[in-house]
Design a binder for this molecule. Sequence first.
Ligand SMILES: Cc1ncc(COP(=O)(O)O)c(C=O)c1O
Length: 418
Amino acid sequence: MRGNLGVLDAEERARLGLAPDRPYFEGFDASRVPSPCFVIDRAALQYNLDVLSAVARESGAEILLALKAFSAFSVFDQVRAALPGVCASGLNEARLGRESGFGHVTTFSAAYREDQIDGILEQSDHVIFNNLGQWAAFRDRALAAREKRPSLSFGLRVNVNLPLGDHPIYDPSAPGSRLGTPRGEFDARLRELFPGSDPHRLPDGLEGIHVHNLCEQGTGPLEKTLEALERDWGDVLRSGSAKWLNLGGGHHITKPDYDRARLVEIVRRLRREYGVEVFLEPGEAVAIHTGILVSSVLDVARNGVRLAVLDVSAVCHMPDTLEMPYRAEVWNSGEGAFTYRLGSQSCLAGDVMGDYGFPRELERGDRLVFDDMSHYTMVKTNTFNGVDLPSIALWDSRDGSLEVVRSFGYDDFKTRLS
Ligand SMILES: Cc1ncc(COP(=O)(O)O)c(C=O)c1O
């Protein structure tokens, strides 16, 4: 019987599918941090960054961290040393990227706000427009900003209308998607908004193409996406009017089974064939298997099944488990004899993390650890029901150092309301 559920042993590492050489919470004991608490392992983050740096070096791609997935600025010193920049979803993230000292900021929003576009032009190096209507609306301001800073560059997000994902909520090619411009729409709007423009080139002022079509995927779906891209947009790519090609995120580059050699070949070919600079903007691949969410059992009870109420919430702290949905792993759980339905303190009946088996009965005060909780968690938390935000701590498997870098309280709940 494993008494302490908040530590990771070799057997459990194997069950979680961790690459054998990945450092991951070695020597860590969940009872050492306040609860609830997100904990990032700097050594695990460095492992991902090293993998990404090698891919960038070998392929010649520029790899940007997608801030939407992971914005833990306490570890940006490490990210900055490995990656040249970030991709932002709007003004706030662009500003965070700039303030954090990254050399490159790419910004894309499905539409820009009148009162924010000048700030975005100021904070970004690449600004990507979702369609030609957006470009027409902001073109004069964009070109004026570029007069002042010639390195500023603008691109168009295209949509290849090729759904490849398992989760429609994350599929930019889902039918009726608002994300990006299909080729037919480009042709029609080009004639209408920029009459006389060469139909095989981007209109004057645009010099990049952005396509984001993947989610947690390998090089197979990337190749299918590129086949569609080159079929629909090959004339534009060949015309030389695009200086750069941004292949978005969703590349699972740091997963043990990802075919990195193939990605390197693909990027090299694109650079060679079209003379473009290639950008990748992974979020998950930067932060996957770098962090955990430590929780505590507040109560155990029964209602036909065994119940455990925790101080973490699916709705407030792990919303992807409900939105995607997916089942989070919990350390030292599985086929154990004692199965509990893990739920939150909140009033929402469905605020349940799932049924998990443990090797022994749970007790008040037990620490339970939700695995792989760095990406799309801290950036998505909320205080529904007044539930507390988890603290944030940094662990380093290389030297056993631990620092709680952020705690939250009543003010963090109240200042979001009025
Ligand atoms: C435009 C864009 N770039 C990058 C990303 C990051 O994707 P991921 O975290 O799956 O790598 C996303 C995710 O939605 C995105 O929409």
